[in-house]
Design a protein around this ligand. Structure first.
Ligand code: NAD
Length: 257
């Protein structure tokens, strides 16, 4: 797989530490020869990411809080100065307030609902709008991360499940918009992985335990497996696929529980 993304410029949004799913994707893309561009939420995250990537030659790092339109625009302006073309965009960003990730969904506050949609869904729409004019090489691939809570009522996932449903619908609309430019848009529905975001969901450990006991493939999914699927979606191996949601969860989603 060493040459799969050779000389391709891939922007990955959402690495904050070594547990991040985006970090697994970064490693897979780097090993496949991509030129990596990373965006981090804030100064603290940037510091961690600079440390993580210190032995990875050529990686470019930007700072971007996706709730701020000016920062999103500024990042893409800087990217345009650094690379003449973008081939791939990975959106691995989500957020909901901890208090919205427990109990009954009907208790979701208006603020909490809007915040989850803003950070976890609208950011994909905005990033796509800025990435499109940079995808001028006759091809492009955009990948985002979702979870089964969009399709099923998973305890405590609540407002994030509704945000993921909107994210998956956005993937289909964006795929229809960008198909004529040969830019593909797909999502990966990852099985549960212990990350900072996942720990925000109440009783995440029990959710993980139930998943581990029941998955058909018997092995919980890893960052590396998500990274390899993202690599496939970013590469020309998946050139016939757009608007799709690929479950990388060891088969858990097929179960009738
Ligand atoms: P993570 O905490 O490592 O990543 C979430 C990222 O979102 C962080 O890098 C954080 O900095 C970024 N972010 C949050 N608010 C932001 C803002 N305002 N501006 C810019 N960036 C912001 O956790 P993760 O589990 O790797 O999550 C990545 C994606 O994978 C998310 O979309 C998540 O919903 C999805 N996902 C996770 C799991 C899981 O079990 N961990 C399962 C399925 C899907």
């Amino acid at each position: 797989m060493a040459e799969l993304l050779k000389d391709k410029n891939i922007l990955i949004m959402g690495v904050s530490n070594k547990w991040s799913i985006a970090w697994g994707i970064t490693q897979a893309c780097f090993d496949a020869g991509a030129n990596i561009l990373l965006s981090c939420q804030d100064e603290r995250t940037e510091k961690t990411v600079r440390e993580l990537t210190r032995n990875m030659e050529g990686i470019k790092i930007y700072r971007c809080d996706v709730t701020d339109d000016e920062q999103v625009k500024c990042m893409f302006d800087n990217i345009k100065k650094d690379v003449d073309v973008l081939h791939g965009l990975v959106h691995s960003i989500a957020f909901a307030k901890k208090e919205e990730l427990e109990g009954a969904y009907y208790n979701t506050s208006r603020d909490g609902y809007l915040l989850a949609q803003n950070i976890s869904v609208y950011s994909l729409v905005a990033a796509t709008r800025y990435a499109k004019p940079l995808m001028t090489d006759g091809e492009g691939s955009i990948v985002t991360l979702t979870y089964l809570g969009s399709e099923r009522a998973i305890p405590n996932y609540n407002v994030m499940g509704v945000a993921k449903a909107a994210l998956e619908a956005s993937v289909r609309y964006l795929a229809a918009d960008l198909g004529p430019d040969n830019i593909r848009v797909n999502s990966i529905s990852a099985g549960p992985i212990k990350t900072i975001s996942a720990r925000g969901v109440k009783d995440f450990t029990s959710m993980l335990k139930q998943y581990e006991e029941k998955i058909p493939l018997k092995q919980p999914v890893t960052q590396k497996e998500i990274g390899d699927t993202a690599l496939f979606l970013l590469s020309s191996l998946s050139r016939g696929i757009t608007g799709e949601n690929i479950h990388v969860d060891g088969g858990y989603h097929i179960l009738g529980i």
